[in-house]
Design a protein. Structure first.
Length: 379
């Protein structure tokens, strides 16, 4: 017996698939499934987070609807993934927040913070909000640097704490001891698999989206989003080092490292999320968890709007619009941080953890049956 009807359905599907095994070359899920004869709740949550939602095992399956076996692994795992993130969320009181109206909550939070910052500045000194400020330190006319660090540092640390607490519960539930975190080989293998989205290709042909013709579009947009996010993070990190190590204050000239990184990353964060949203709107509903599309869409929309406001700030930073644009951008950054642990962002962390476990299982099995191939994709 499992704790939920989704876990029961996932168990039924894995039992059917374990007898069939037709899809064992498509991704990591099926080889991981074949290492088991029975499935605990933790095993099923692990397999669901190992799934990259490429959809191939739905279109390839001879038992998918309207067959009476009603096998739909991508949709069942999509629902189970979302339920697992909700079950492990910390604190639990926030776990259901994004199921239906994540976009509205995120945008209201962003506009509230932007309104608070701009209102506070306007009340103290309207020139701080509407005046033209340029050169080093211009951004701090709106909000002192130390106040920015306290506000955004607290939001960032809260997001990290909530994410760590959630993943800790998942890690325990899938039965992995903390000690295995020194398994450098598995950590590195999982990092390579995650960075290349190795299993988002339907076994090599591409991802299934609106019809049965696979393409790499989702993978490309996902890469643009992921690497765009990393470049923007690197831009902020370099700017922080500039500020504290060599006393150089933002904003920086267009050719300087933080601006170059932020601009390239920002472009990736405009094209990638826009492409992912377009792909999602076209996707076959049979592959989706239709009750929780708000959770997915909220994070993608927040990434897009954070980048859009950042790029607008870059273009108009030497005009009287700078104060309002900076307040708006800070509002979206703040809302992005505090909503991250309860939205689609967590899928990257949980999937990485599942990939670590899969890499470890393959290494252990490989040691036992030395020399035998354990993943068809290595052939
Ligand atoms: S998804 Fe269908 S075809 Fe693939 S292993 Fe499962 S039952 Fe077999
Ligand atoms: S990654 Fe693709 S093939 Fe593998 S279980 Fe998920 S949807 Fe099916």
């Amino acid at each position: 017996m499992h704790g939920t009807s989704t876990l029961e359905e996932a168990d039924r599907l894995m039992t059917v698939c374990n007898a069939c095994r037709y899809c064992e070359g498509l991704c990591a899920v099926f080889p991981a499934m074949e290492m088991r004869r029975a499935f605990s709740d933790g095993d099923l949550n692990y397999l669901a987070n190992l799934c990259h939602a490429c959809g191939a095992c739905y279109t390839d399956c001879q038992f998918s609807p309207p067959h009476e076996f009603n096998v739909n692994v991508p949709q069942t795992f999509a629902i189970l993934r979302a339920e697992s993130w909700s079950a492990y969320a910390w604190p639990r009181a926030f776990s259901g927040m994004f199921a239906r109206n994540g976009v509205a909550i995120s945008i209201v939070a962003a506009l509230s913070v932007a309104g608070f910052i701009s209102g506070f500045a306007a009340l103290n000194d309207p020139q701080a909000l509407f005046g033209i400020h340029s050169g080093p330190g211009a951004f701090y006319a709106l909000m002192p640097h130390n106040a920015m660090i306290v506000l955004f540092g607290a939001a960032f640390l809260y997001a990290i704490l909530a994410l760590v607490m959630g993943v800790r519960g998942f890690w325990r539930d899938i039965g992995e001891p903390v000690g295995m975190l020194d398994d450098g080989g598995s950590l590195w293998q999982a990092m390579k698999d995650a960075a290349s989205l190795r299993y988002l290709d339907g076994g090599g042909v591409g991802c299934v989206n609106e019809d049965e013709r696979p393409t790499d579009r989702r993978k490309i947009y996902h890469h643009l989003t992921f690497y765009g996010f990393l470049l923007c993070f690197a831009s902020t990190s370099v700017a922080t080092l500039y500020h504290y190590l060599i006393a150089r204050e933002a904003p920086y000239p267009w050719w300087d490292v933080p601006v170059v990184l932020g601009t390239i990353g920002g472009i990736g964060l405009l094209i990638g999320p826009a492409g992912l949203l377009a792909e999602k709107s076209r996707r076959d509903p049979a592959l989706l968890d239709q009750k929780r599309t708000g959770m997915d869409v909220a994070f993608i929309v927040m990434l897009f709007l954070t980048s859009l406001t950042g790029m607008a700030l870059l273009v108009w930073r030497d005009t009287g619009s700078m104060g309002l644009l900076l307040a708006l951008h800070l509002g979206f950054v703040f809302a992005l941080f505090v909503t991250m642990p309860y939205g689609k962002f967590v899928h990257g962390i949980y999937r990485y953890v599942a990939l670590v476990r899969y890499a470890r299982e393959r290494r252990m099995l490989g040691n036992i049956i030395s020399g035998k191939v354990v993943d068809d994709r290595d052939v």
